[in-house]
Structures are given as structure tokens and as C-alpha cells.
Ligand binder design. Sequence first.
Ligand code: PBG
Ligand code: ZN
Length: 322
Amino acid sequence: MLRMRRLRRSEALRDLVRETELAARDFIYPLFVTARPGAREEIKSMPGIYRYGVDRLEDELAEMESLGLRAVLLFGLPAQKDEIGSQAWAEDGVVQQAARRIKAARPEMLVITDVCLCEYTSHGHCGVTRGAEILNDETLPLLARTALSHAAAGADVVAPSDMMDGRVAAIREALDSQGFTHTALMAYSVKYASAYYGPFREAADGAPQFGDRRTYQMDPGNAREALREIALDTAEGADMLIVKPALAYLDVVRAAREWTTLPLAAYNVSGEYAMLKAAGRLGWLDEERVMLENLLAMKRAGADMLITYHAKEAARLLRDRQ
Ligand code: PBG
Ligand code: ZN
């Protein structure tokens, strides 16, 4: 008789036949950097996650390194905002300063930068606006300029999250024409208009001041459309792809994995983090085990990389388990 339990009898057997495993090298840790010097401000809805002044990053980086975490994803909170988000591409902008510092202090740390305007525009939209409209083609040169300024500051990878059409091609062209042929492009190709971004918008102070993002981010009802986005970004020159959010979209992660040969990341977003932290605090579930189970599920669904606020905690648990 075939008995499935034979291979579940001992830890050693289970370890031997496990198909999917987490490792610290899979994780990308998001970092919020603010123009306020000396800042270390905890985000209310994201316990354990802080906004750091550019001059306060060092402890965090040292801790990451000791845990075997090798990649950061930078988000910036500028000193001022304006209609077009001009601090996004400022040479002394907050992400640019952070990238320069990190690469100077720790050249081996992989610096990925989020390329978008919403943290820098007074209206909080990811593109420039005319009345209630979010303009596509007018936004492209500003995104390209932003990506270029990140590359010039030392970013290894730029990650556009705006969802404007044609931004991958515009950014690739700008990078190549200015000699940044080696800078990689990780596209948020599949990004849904999701309520799971709520805590992030507090963290990055990037909530839209009118309307919502449904004219540029994807409709949660659509999965086939994700494959069209992937095809398009691939043709435009993306090196890696992101599906976001992760947990409620694991079917999309799986479909993306089967569709593309590009390296694929799942973004375990702020709301997913907040829900688990809240339930853990209430004592309603075992936070650490659920966290690892969630991350494992994202990888099992087909993600090669996981962008997650849990990166440090998860890396610590994986290390202590050995
Ligand atoms: C900005 C951006 C957002 C996130 C990453 N980049 C928010 C949004 O599009 O509203 C979400 C990240 C998270 O929730 O953890 N374009
Ligand atoms: Zn944005």
C-alpha cells in the first residue's frame, strides 16, 4: 500500500524531501529614508519598521549584514513636495544620498531603489496630473530622470512602481544612453490597486490627495492581464519582475512563474505585514510560524525573491533553527 506518511516520520526525512526552502539570500528588505536628520521614527501600523534619517542607516545595515541580508529596497521621504515631484530626481535627494552612503560604506550591499513620484508629489499620485487626470507620457521623462539619478548615485537596480505605460522602455533608454548599461531594471510589472498598501502610505507619506490609483494600477479581478503586463515589460527590457501584493495574489505569482523566464519577486506588502503583527499582538496566532509559512508559500508559488518587511525577523529565525 502506498503510504504518504512514510516520508513524514522523522525530521531528517522531512528535511530530505522538502521541495521549497527559505534562505536569507532570497530576501529584499525595504528601508524608508527620510530627509529629517537623525530621525528614527517607528511606523504606527508597522511595528518594528522605522523611517531613518540618512545618517541613521548604519545600525540597520550592520544588523542586516550580520543576518546575511544582502539587498535593500529604498523609499524616500523628501523635505518638500511639489506638483511634479522634483525632489525625486534631485542630485542631493534623500534616496540619492542614501544610495551613495550605503555603497560607500558597504559596496557589497545590493541597493535597489523604488522609482516613483508619489512620495514626492504634493497630490500624492504616481504621475503628473492635469485636473483629475494622471498623465502618462508627460510622466515618463520624469521617471527616467529619477531612475538615472539613482543609478548615478550608485543604485545597482532601479525598480519603477508607478504603473505608467512605457516606463520600462523610457528608463532603459535613458540609462543606456548615459552609460548605465550595467544598471539592472526590476519592474513592478504586476501591481494591483490594493487596499493592502494602506500602512505603506502612512510610512512613506504617499497617499493620493484626491481619487485613487485605479486608472493606472491593475484591477484585482484580472489575472490574464498580468501576463500582458509581463509580456510588455519584458519586451521593453525589464531584467526582473515583481508581483504585488503577494498573499492574496499567489495564483498570479504562479501564473507569472509559468509564463516568464525572468527572475521573479513577490512583494509581501505593508498590509500583509500589519495584519500579522496585529494578530500576533493579540495572541491570536503564532506570529513567527505564520510569517515563515507565508513566506514559504510565496516561494512555493514561484517567487525567486521576496521583498518583505519580515526579512530581519525571518533571517534570524532561519539562522537560529540551524
Ligand atoms: C509607490 C509604492 C507603493 C508601494 C510600493 N511602492 C504604494 C502605492 O502604490 O500606493 C506599496 C508597498 C507596500 O504596501 O508595502 N508607488
Ligand atoms: Zn507611486
